[in-house]
Write a protein that binds this ligand. Structure first.
Ligand code: BTN
Length: 244
């Protein structure tokens, strides 16, 4: 399979989309040492210095666009399992797709789907891991929210080995997804999740906020909250903050 390696790109997701538009096949990867315009969820900027792992993979699953969020959950499971296996780290997943060590984020996932008619044409799965990143370079607003593998492990990690291990586990998890075993993946997600069982606040678009206890996840990846008045509420997307 093809791996496109760059010392710098604007965003590996953008580059992967361009390749997908030109017909690149499933499994094609884009990886870069730095990104000049790395993108996070909700239009946020993603700081992507040297030492990190910034990569995107093209998938072409035969699924309706509404099922694309499942791939985000699947990717979170693959990353969490990889970090556990390679470093024995006690990682957790914060809904929908932040990989945490303790309560600090070490990896973010940005899945972007493109549909033709009512089927997915391609999905770009972007993974950003703060591997050998010096946390001193984080801006003050994220310094208490984010960490890096180097910081947590107190040494530099072998990024090539990590990417190889992640690619293998990612591929295995994706094969499981394609064979219809999403319920098993979702079970792994539940077990890795630190959100389920927490009292959370979810900030939705247009400044809307919902608070409640996260009690579960639907089979399409929506979070189920029990509000203070005991009613249940399904939240499809938003920014989640663990309160207690
Ligand atoms: C988030 O948590 O907001 C998602 C961050 C995703 C960052 C990765 S780095 C590789 C890929 N290219 C991008 O521009 N973004 C994703």
């Amino acid at each position: 399979r093809e791996i496109h390696y760059f010392s710098e790109v604007d965003s590996t997701n953008n580059m992967a989309k361009k390749l997908a538009e030109k017909g690149a096949e499933e499994g094609t990867m884009v990886i870069a040492e730095t990104q000049s315009r790395g993108r996070g969820r909700r239009g946020k900027k993603w700081i992507s210095p040297e030492g990190g792992i910034w990569m995107s993979t093209i998938l072409r699953p035969h699924i309706p666009p509404a099922d694309a969020p499942k791939l985000t959950l699947m990717t979170g499971v693959a990353v969490a399992k990889t970090l556990k296996k390679e470093f024995g780290l006690d990682v957790g997943i914060k809904w929908p797709n932040d990989i945490l060590i303790g309560n600090k984020k070490v990896c973010g996932i940005l899945t972007e789907a493109n549909a033709k008619f009512n089927t997915v044409d391609y999905v770009v799965v972007g993974i950003g891991i703060d591997a050998n990143v010096d946390t001193k370079i984080f801006p003050s607003e994220v310094v208490h929210l984010a960490t890096s593998l180097k910081k947590e492990l107190e040494e530099e990690i072998d990024r090539v080995k990590l990417v190889q291990s992640l690619s293998k586990i990612f591929e295995e998890t994706y094969e499981e997804f394609k064979s219809g075993n999403f319920p098993d993946i979702l079970n792994d997600w539940r077990n890795l999740s630190t959100t389920i069982g927490s009292y959370v606040e979810v900030r939705k678009r247009l400044g809307k906020i919902v608070r409640g206890e996260a009690i579960g996840i639907t089979n399409t990846g929506a979070l189920i909250l029990e509000l203070d008045d005991n009613t249940l509420r399904k939240v499809i997307s938003g920014e989640c903050i663990h309160i207690e």
